[in-house]
Design a protein around this ligand. Sequence first.
Ligand code: 0A1
Ligand code: ZN
Length: 879
Amino acid sequence: MRSEEQKNVYLEDYKPSDYLIPKTEMWIDFAPERTRITTDLHIERRAGAAEDAPLELDGEHIELVSIAIGDEVLGAGQYELSDKGLVLLAPPESFVLSTVVDVEPEKNKSLEGLYRSSGNWCTQCEAEGFRRITYFLDRPDVMSVFTVKMVADKDLAPVLLSNGNPVDRGEMSNNRHFAEWHDPHPKPSYLFAMVAGNLDHISEKFTTKSGKKVDLNIYAEPGKAELCTYAMDALVRSMKWDEDRFGCEYDLDVFNIVAVSDFNAGAMENKGLNIFNDRFVLADPATATDEDYALIERIIAHEYFHNYTGNRVTCRDWFQLCLKEGLTVFRDQEFSSDERFRDVERIDDVKGLRQSQFIEDSGPLAHPPRPSQYEQIDNFYTTTVYEKGAEVVRMLMTLLGKETFHKGVDLYLDRHDGDAATIEQFIKCFEDVSERDLSQFQKWYTQAGRPEVTYSSTYDADEKVLTLNLTQNVPSTPGDSEKSPMVLPIKFGLVSSNGEDLSWERAEGAEVHDDLIVLDQSEANITFHGVSSAPVLSLFREFSAPVSVQTRAPLEEDLHRARLDGDPFNRWESLQSAILNIVTPSMAQDGPNLDEDNLEKVASALSQTLESQELSPSFKALCLKLPTYQDFAQRLSKNIHPERIKQVRRQAVQLVANSLRGQLVTLYSAVKLPETYKPDAKQSGLRALRNQSLALLAALEDKQIFEMVESHYQAAQNMTDRQAALAIICAYAPERAEELLEHFKANYAEPMTVYDKWLGLSASIDDNRAIDRIKMLMEDERFSLETPNRVRSLVGSFIQGNPTQFAREDGAGFDLVADTILKIDKFNPQVAGRFAVAFRIWRNYESNRQNAARKALERMKDEESISPNLSEMVNKTLA
Ligand code: 0A1
Ligand code: ZN
């Protein structure tokens, strides 16, 4: 075997476990230095497994104190111990294995397994963290009923929580107490959780549709409980929505959420005990923005929805990760769309997809939503698994219709309840309810890359026939050049000159019904008969398939759609693509001057959008956000000079702003907001429109406007307005930024969530002090590389929000990021690996920057003893 192959785990190697653990009992004794964990595993050999099959338990970073089978204590010769786990060579068919292990949560900075955050003990077990707590078959298809008894000092840890229902609690000697939890639902170890510490909480009651009462609690560090009220509101709405839309009723007596400050991801769906990164729980108007509130709502819902899609039905193995994640992201998207404005949510989701997943799909780290091999599963919690996974589920709904789709989900949740399932089993449920062959559709899960679509059409006025030619091509991705056509559900409309959708009598050449074309070949010629006049085509309405349309529409067509399309998504999309089409050519080396006349035409369509009585303020605000640096970089795709993109973009934005100046000033002052702040969609839409008008005006770099922005900052009554004003200053008046940032820090940045905003804004300033500023901020007494939120705010915002400084020609930006990754890798490989995605675009730069980025990557690769996580990322990026 080649050494590379040894590192890889392959889907095709999947075998069911030889042993099962139907029941697990644990006793945890928390103490400041060491925590002692005693575990009884009730083990049974699986029917059909070989009699002499060894039992290979996973276990890492734990110290074995003793081990016994029943009453018999095992001696050193009776088992094999390594730094990966423990092997019993020929165990009995059915037995109880008791282990005692010690762990050192205090020293655990990887934030996997059992660790301490602000003095409280908490756990993170997905994907393979449970093996850092005790010896176990740490794989998702081994499910066990857990009983957990926790013991701790009453003052150190008055709160003791685990999964399931509380069954007992009491006092003990020496100021100690205990709590016992029992989870009746068999679950894989990655859903195990415990929290012990000193926490405040808020409570609520929820009555399920069948009348069961559930206690809801949200815990946070002392003094922060009142910041959890919005999260609680979002939880109650999520529980209700899941009953109404998916029929999913909560299945325990309690549901607990704990917010902690040190967390590698956003949150974790442990059964009955969700653990959250506190930035996705804590909020009040003075510290959180409207966007923060919306995110909190989303993530609370996401984790709650996992209770069915993920917990009741889990994944057979980690290759199936998108079975739970894609479906659950789809569900949280639908929740937000039902709770807020559907059109705006859809546009935001697609923007998110394009800014991360599209880049991933076009680069060295491209992989299908269901990969067939990996080195480190931690590196596969990607935007392709999550967001593309959600698009695939959405396409199923589009293809089958909402009603049949829901029947399919019902069948899946019913048929596989209590099971560890696969993508094939999921798809089979939809085949069974629709009687449709979905084998080609399944390629969406197994084939990487994004289809590129072209179209052209002709209209025969005499015959009243529209002919539409469609093609698709899936480009090669690393290690996979043989691609076959995908099933593309194309929602469409034929837009007439007055904006109405034209009807048609009959269509031939592909599957077409109602507003849907299904393209499943590389090419189709579709004829629509009975079309009364020449239409403007509106394809991929609602972004009905995650493809790239290669055909550039003539400006007039884009503007027609921008003004009149019945589909809000395509109205927004057409404005964006009109600007991208006009401006991008000027960003290329020796490109033409900006086409000011055409930009004027777009500005006038935008002006009309702003005047519309029927469009919502949030939608208008989205239209005012002109294509971003990243949008242009993606369009250019190669030979990127970041400064050129930035400069030409700014020129274009200025032109549009100039043309809309009067209207924007009026809009800014005309928007009236109620006295009392509410983070709901309606109010946040109004604030977004006002702030976006100001942001666009600021592109004029006009003294009077800057004064408006500064007064906006001073007058702000909430964090949304305050941060918006400060972000504008950082972007357009860097010379004023430092003073205002100082003011912001001194007056508002007491809570860590606001301190993080301060870090992020500081990192976004594009001036020649940028690198030194970041190095200086890393020395700030409140900054720590050990807390992922700090690093994400500072270094993450630098990478994302300061693309010119990150990709400086002298390589100082790349070096700064590489140095930081190497430091973090020493204690938190998961986070280090995730930060390495910053380099996935390195080949898109012009050659000087490419060389600088390659050097930084090679330096990471050559560093002694980098983690397997970082090594996989760096090697794949360089390959
Ligand atoms: N399953 C969680 C997120 C999560 C992902 C990975 C983790 O560690 C590798 C931890 C948590 C979710 O989807 O919310
Ligand atoms: Zn999830």
